[in-house]
Ligand binder design. Structure first.
Ligand code: GDP
Length: 717
């Protein structure tokens, strides 16, 4: 646990130290060995002297008991360690797809990442998803192929999959000496030496560099050539040295690999067995040698809130302060807010501005978290990832900056929840306490939402999947002492128009005194997936795609509707989308166009135009008709091959659409789209059905039309 008194004071990063900082994330499919690798990294990094093992449930980043029970890492905890002169901070990213938003937010604040792959499982679908997410954020990466000691390990097959599925150019830096039962350690292709681990050292610290075992000599030469070939594409100096037939210094290869990694031209690949402590220290060297420091990253971009002018902040102490809060964790003595500092410096006692809320905050303490302790800092600087105490109004995704130089960073976008459950407090639960606890949890996790259902008066909790809600209810009890049970899960249905429609609405009321007058001619169109994509592709640079596909277009020429009333028409339409007609589900994928209208000098107002738009949209829904849409999940199931037929049959019964079926080495994989409403209890069904040998991941994919009789239309979302 990282509680307890700070053992020593740290100086913050200053510009000379900036080059030595590495803020990295480990991205991996569940079970690839992320937790074990993290644990070994912390062990070798010296911040934890006891060797932990996930199978015993005592590792460092998984400090949440439920995470231990489930064997998955849910929270993005930030943990630092020292590797020689380099300070590495690991930002934990979850491997379960129910928590995609957690991955997204981690990617915003890290500078580089290590992809951990299982040598048996290879590149699995979830790793592909996260890999592409990382591509979008331009995060330089390395790969670590783990579990070389496991039965069925296939390092070279895994490298091939990286090429095929992730489209990377691998620069293989280490290869295994034997695999599976024959695995004895790793061969370094830069040194052309074998890392011989002392089998008699219980601390796993002793090793020596020896000659490459004769059996693997040929393979090593062949793969070194491939390594040099990949690296020389990134660096002319190396290419010339190779062409001239010169002896290649190790440093020249490392320099080329660094350039290649930072420019995305290649991806260094390391290998080992975290469980057996093999290859991890070379991986740490690779993190230091190839992954970027904050100084290598482009300056952070934001806007000045008032003028909307674009500003850039360099990672320098002399720049005005700017930071992003990427995680808040409620603690008994106040909230711990994790910050990524982009520019400037921060000291305890200072006031800073939360640009998102417009309120000032005072810092009482700044900490750097290690696996087993927290160190109090006197100052924190650019590139630092720290936890701060003393904030009152700061939630995940908020921008913090110096009071006199405000700037706003791009906010972190989170998807809308797809599943809801009624929360039923236990008999003795105090309502204020429950409300407080829920408020805190929603602040810590922006993909979690709560509301009171207007009709049933029930308290509703919404999130990204069944597991997500289960974990949240557990946290309510464990962290806040509030015990609740949950009702049946409910799907967040949506609706949209069945066809386009165009008509005029005359909102005219004359009842003595000042009347009401607004006439609008509107066109409403449902947007198919393709139509929506086409529309979004042509949005102006400063317009963001709407997460629900709701668009308003103004096509008024010559002032038929005065300019000042047009935003009210848009507002009326948007309000109408929140709770649609007939079933009350929100509307998605509709484009409304204001074509024409009339106004009155005295009787028109912003309000009358808003009311006219509301009425117009209500009529549009009645006349065009509505279809119900249900969330469809992207599901990947892994199981022993003998279950393939049964799995596919079960998915069909759940109204699923199978996208891909494959089997390899006695295991099978089924990739399917399945309606969320058919997936309730899937975790336990699958467990029973496969005697616990199958596993699956799911994430919201899209919405699709559902027959009215299949939708549980009593439940407004
Ligand atoms: P995570 O889900 O990615 O965090 O994976 P874990 O670190 O929890 O590991 C999943 C399982 O694989 C555990 O049972 C580990 O003991 C096991 N494991 C992790 N690394 C290795 C390895 O290098 N070799 C072998 N044989 N098993 C490993």
């Amino acid at each position: 646990m990282f509680y307890g008194r700070a053992k020593r004071k740290h100086n913050a990063a200053n510009t000379t130290m900036l080059e030595n900082l590495r803020n990295i994330g480990i991205i991996a499919h569940v079970d690839a060995g992320k937790t074990t690798t993290t644990e070994r990294i912390l062990y070798f990094g010296g911040s934890k002297h006891k060797v932990g093992d996930v199978d015993d449930g005592n590792t460092t980043t998984d400090f949440d008991p439920l995470e231990k029970a489930k064997g998955i890492t849910i929270n993005s905890a930030a943990v630092s360690l020292e590797w020689g002169d380099t300070q590495i901070t690991l930002i934990d990213t979850p491997g379960h797809v129910d928590f995609t938003a957690e991955v997204e937010r981690s990617l915003r604040v890290l500078d580089g990442a290590v992809g951990v792959f299982c040598a048996v499982g290879g590149v699995e679908v979830q790793s592909e998803t996260v890999w592409h997410q990382a591509n979008r954020h331009g995060v330089p990466r390395l790969c670590f192929v783990n579990k070389l000691d496991r039965m069925g390990a296939d390092f070279y097959g895994c490298v091939q999959q990286m090429q095929d599925k992730l489209q990377v150019i691998p620069a293989v830096c280490t290869i295994p000496a034997g695999q599976d039962e024959a695995f004895t350690g790793v061969i370094d292709l830069i040194r052309m030496k074998f890392w011989k681990q002392d089998p008699n050292d219980p601390a796993h610290m002793k090793y020596e560099w020896t000659e490459i075992p004769a059996t693997y000599q040929k393979q090593a030469v062949e793969w070194r050539e491939k390594l040099l070939d990949a690296a020389s594409h990134a660096c002319d100096e190396l290419l010339t040295a190779i062409l001239d037939g010169h002896e290649i210094p190790e440093e020249m290869i490392r320099k080329a690999l660094r350039i290649g990694t930072l420019t995305g031209k290649l991806t260094p690949v390391h290998c080992g067995s975290s469980k057996e402590f093999h290859g991890v220290r070379l991986l740490l060297d690779a993190v230091r040698d190839y992954l970027p420091s904050p100084a290598d990253r482009p300056p952070v971009e934001g806007i000045v809130p008032k003028s909307k002018e674009k500003v850039l902040r360099k990672p320098e102490a002399s720049e005005p302060f700017s930071a992003l809060s990427f995680k808040t964790v409620s603690e008994k003595h106040g909230d711990l807010v994790f910050l990524r500092i982009y520019s400037g410096e921060l000291r305890p006692g200072e006031f800073i501005l939360n640009t998102t809320t417009g309120k000032q905050e005072r810092i009482s303490h700044i900490y750097r978290l290690f696996g087993d302790r927290r160190d109090r800092l006197e100052v924190a600087g650019p590139g630092d990832i720290v936890a701060v105490v003393g904030f009152k109004h700061t939630a995940t995704g908020h921008t913090l900056c110096s009071v006199d130089q405000p700037m706003l960073l791009d906010e972190i976008r989170f998807p809308d929840p797809v599943i809801s459950q009624a929360l039923i407090p236990a008999k003795n639960v105090d309502e204020t306490r429950l409300a407080e606890a829920l408020g805190k949890m929603v602040r810590d996790d922006p993909t979690l939402k709560t509301k009171v259902d207007a009709e049933t008066n029930q308290l509703i909790l919404s999130g990204m999947g069944e597991l997500h809600l289960e974990v949240s209810v557990h946290k309510l009890e464990r962290d806040h002492g509030v015990k609740c049970t949950v009702g049946k899960p409910m799907v967040a249905y949506r609706q949209t128009l069945t066809k386009p429609i165009e008509f005029e609405t005359r909102y005219i009321k004359q009842s003595g005194g000042r009347g009401k007058y607004a006439v609008i001619r509107m066109k409403y169109e449902p947007l198919s997936k393709e139509a929506r994509a086409e529309w979004e592709a042509q949005l102006e640079e400063d317009e963001k795609p709407d997460p629900n596909g709701i668009y308003f277009v103004d096509e008024i020429y010559g002032g038929a509707v005065p300019k000042e009333y047009i935003p009210s028409v848009a507002a009326g339409f948007r309000q109408g989308c929140v709770k649609g007609a007939k079933y009350g589900f929100p509307l998605v994928d509709v484009r409304a166009t204001l074509l024409d209208g009339k106004s009155h000098d005295v009787d028109s107002s912003a309000d009358t135009f808003k009311l006219a738009a509301l009425e117009s949209f209500r009529d549009a829904q009645a006349h065009a008709g509505l279809i119900i849409l249900e969330p469809i999940m992207n599901v990947v199931v892994h199981a022993p091959a003998q279950y393939q037929g049964a799995l596919a049959g079960d998915i069909n019964r759940r109204r699923g659409e199978i996208l891909n079926l494959s089997s390899d080495k006695g295991r099978c994989m089924v990739h399917a789209y399945i309606p969320l409403s058919e997936l309730f209890g899937y975790t336990s069904d699958l467990r029973n059905f496969s005697s616990g040998t199958a596993s699956f991941t799911m994430e919201p994919s899209h919405y699709a039309a559902v027959k009215e009789e299949l939708a549980d239309i009593r439940q407004a979302s």
